[in-house]
Write a protein that binds this ligand. Structure first.
Ligand SMILES: C[S@@+](CC[C@H](N)C(=O)[O-])C[C@H]1O[C@@H](n2cnc3c(N)ncnc32)[C@H](O)[C@@H]1O
Length: 259
């Protein structure tokens, strides 16, 4: 089965729906609000004058929020609908960002540009089968001394929902509605792969990156899974037998300054 085409079709539909959702709240972004969350802002620090490659950028809200902070951003996503909207938002806001419509594995095999920072966040690696290739794309795109900043949903959520925690050759193929509030009746068929934290960190270390930060977080900024409850001032949490389930993890990985 051609899982890449299956997922691309789903994301073409989701990009259209997400753009009109209150979940993504494009109007607030256009009015000046950043779409970035505290976790990634703290990890990234000042991005002024930094070149940033944003992998799986969707329709560019985070990419353009980084551009608003003075970064020179290149976003990559395989959805034409998403990239078309990202370009429109860049024109509307007059922000300096470049958007490339490509599968990230293909992008990685041809990209020769080097960046200070590679960034990816919230709902990215479950769409990728091969994390070795993903990590190679990241390492090759970093300048010497450059940093990868990654904030992702914790794989324990998959386990909680009855999916594997550990990597599998074959994806889970499911038909489900997306996570935005305006799309609870339409469904798409998608293929996703589980990736344990060990697999993620090993993939990054095997391409020569040094892990400089790793953390796990009990709160998610997004209400996008069953059973989450709001905790004012913190975001959303999930309790299992009264205890907080880890909902996010964050990684910073650095390329050696002499490479
Ligand atoms: C959950 S969204 C990422 C959300 C992101 N944090 C944001 O800015 O909203 C996942 C994105 O990955 C993209 N995607 C999935 N598989 C991809 C692939 N193989 N190559 C490039 N983009 C991909 C989808 O089009 C979608 O925009």
């Amino acid at each position: 089965m051609d899982y890449l085409s299956l997922n691309r079709k789903a994301w073409e539909e989701r990009a259209i729906a997400h753009f009109d959702s209150t979940f993504y709240d494009v109007n607030s972004f256009l009015a000046g609000k950043s779409s970035l969350n505290t976790i990634e802002c703290k990890l990234l620090g000042s991005v002024s004058e930094q070149s940033i490659l944003h992998l799986q950028c969707h329709f560019g809200l985070d990419s353009l929020s980084l551009a608003r902070l003075g970064a020179k951003v290149t976003g990559v996503d395989f959805s034409q609908e998403a990239i078309r909207r990202a370009n429109t938002l860049a024109q509307q806001t007059k922000l300096d960002a470049t958007f490339i419509c490509q599968d990230i594995e293909k992008f990685g095999s041809t990209n020769t540009d080097k960046f200070n920072i590679v960034f990816a966040s919230y709902g990215t690696i479950c769409w990728l089968h091969d994390l070795s290739s993903w990590a190679t794309t990241i390492a090759n795109a970093l300048k010497p001394g450059g940093q990868f900043c990654f904030v992702e949903f914790h794989p324990s959520i998959d386990l909680n929902m009855g999916y594997s925690y550990f990597a599998k050759q074959q994806p889970d193929v499911t038909t489900e509605a997306t996570y935005t509030e305006n799309q609870q009746s339409d469904t798409q068929t998608i293929a996703t792969w589980p990736h344990s934290i060990g697999e993620v960190l090993t993939a990054l270390m095997q391409v020569g990156l040094t892990i400089t930060h790793f953390d796990e977080h009990p709160f998610s900024p997004y209400n996008c899974f069953d059973g989450l409850e709001a905790v004012p001032g913190h975001g959303f949490q999930l309790l299992h037998k009264g205890q907080q389930v880890p909902l996010l993890f964050s990684v910073m990985a650095k390329k050696h300054a002499n490479e």
